[in-house]
Design a protein. Structure first.
Ligand SMILES: Cc1ncc(COP(=O)(O)O)c(C=O)c1O
Length: 381
């Protein structure tokens, strides 16, 4: 019997080693990893540069406290702010924590309780973030939500009428990840931007899944008309080392003053080492361009080789791609595992492809080949 609380429906596979785009299980079977810990290992498994720097840091210092200066935190914060229009950063340990901190910031900043988020969104599992999340399954059995989030219909122009002077913030993912790789349409975002500006409403963009190069730009919002007041990041920031961040404007520095927010582990030297190496690898023109090119190539190959009769749509940006099937995908995920490839679903009918941003063309072709094979088997079955 397991001593773990059964909060996860786990696959019967234990992964014990990983290099680049491949992982190996305890039985010695190798898999092409197009899941990357759900958009976490954006530099692939054990990128040599990240590994080298973490090794060096392990021999130096593991943890101090946020009561001391940290030039490492300053450097990572500078990397995040010089790569956006924002100026100030708070470090934490996960996406939910980054969102929870942003929620506190918005409450204190705006002194308003009404925050608008969207259907099918996912923002985490603390009480406030369950409230923010637009999916009932996350909230079932937990009673009244404590936060005052109202959920609007994603990509729906009329729903934007709900933005008024009573609204503190609009909170959204510009590509909904857990919701099924649903892209916000730029025309709708333009209307959203106009309406928030008209009423002085803040915009919080949850870039936990889309950020750090995943969509072919530093942050996904850069490919939209939005200019957020806060962005939250986590997943891809540490190449697998737990780290999250709130990135915001100078005004927020007058709200989050000493004693208002904190974290024992947030910005820990090991996390900052992983984040600094990760950002230096990813936030280059060359890497970001290659993510766009590989994304376009993958999308094209999928469109050419996957059978039309099984696929509803293929959508995404950069290397965040969703294949929506006409049938439930649970069996396809398992068949792909048998064929030596890892993917994760998003909802009942969508498979997400989230490879390393340094994936090779050979690995992209291999992925398409395996998905094609599994589609053929599914038809026969
Ligand atoms: C958009 C988004 N926000 C927040 C979270 C929660 O992040 P974490 O699991 O690191 O707390 C996730 C996780 O999937 C996410 O995709």
């Amino acid at each position: 019997m397991s001593a773990l609380l059964p909060t996860y429906q786990r696959h019967d596979i234990e992964l014990v080693e990983g290099t680049g785009s491949f992982v190996t299980d305890a039985q010695g079977k190798t898999y092409l990893d197009f899941m990357m810990g759900i958009a976490v290992c954006n530099t692939g498994h054990r990128h040599p540069e990240v590994e080298k720097r973490l090794h060096a840091q392990l021999g130096q210092l593991w943890h101090t406290s946020n009561l001391f200066e940290s030039s490492k935190q300053e450097r990572v914060a500078t990397l995040l702010t010089t790569n956006s229009h924002l100026s100030h950063v708070f470090f934490c340990n996960s996406g939910t924590e980054a969102n929870e901190g942003a929620f506190k910031l918005i409450r204190k900043w705006t002194q308003k309780t009404e925050i608008l988020s969207f259907s099918q969104s996912f923002h985490g599992r603390t009480f406030a973030m369950m409230g923010a999340t637009g999916q009932d399954k996350v909230k079932e059995g937990f009673g009244e939500m404590v936060s005052d989030f109202k959920h609007l219909t994603f990509n729906d122009f009329e729903s934007l009428d709900a933005i008024t002077e009573d609204t503190g913030a609009v909170w959204l993912e510009v590509i909904q990840g857990e919701g099924g790789i649903i892209l916000a349409e730029n025309e709708w975002l333009e209307a959203l931007m106009e309406r928030t500006q008209a009423y002085g409403v803040k915009i919080v963009i949850d870039e936990v899944q889309t950020g750090i190069g995943r969509t072919g730009s530093r942050f996904a919002f850069e490919q939209t008309p939005l200019k957020p007041d806060i962005i939250t990041v986590a997943k891809g920031l540490g190449s697998g080392f737990p780290v999250g961040a709130i990135i915001t404007t100078p005004e927020a520095a007058t709200i989050f003053t000493p004693g208002t927010h904190g974290s024992t582990f947030g910005g820990n030297p090991l996390a900052m080492t992983a984040a600094e190496a990760t950002l230096e690898l990813i936030l280059t023109e060359q890497t970001l361009r290659s993510v766009q090119e590989k994304g376009e190539y993958l999308m094209k190959q999928l469109n050419v080789f996957l059978p039309e009769n099984q696929i509803r749509t293929i959508r995404g940006r950069g290397l965040m791609i969703g294949i929506e099937f006409k049938q439930p995908v649970a069996s396809i995920v398992l068949s792909l595992q048998q064929a030596g490839m890892l993917v994760v679903s998003a909802g009942p009918t969508v498979i997400r492809l989230l490879p390393s941003l340094f994936v090779t063309e050979y690995e992209l072709d291999l992925a398409v080949e395996k998905i094609k094979q599994v589609c053929q088997q599914e038809v026969i079955a």
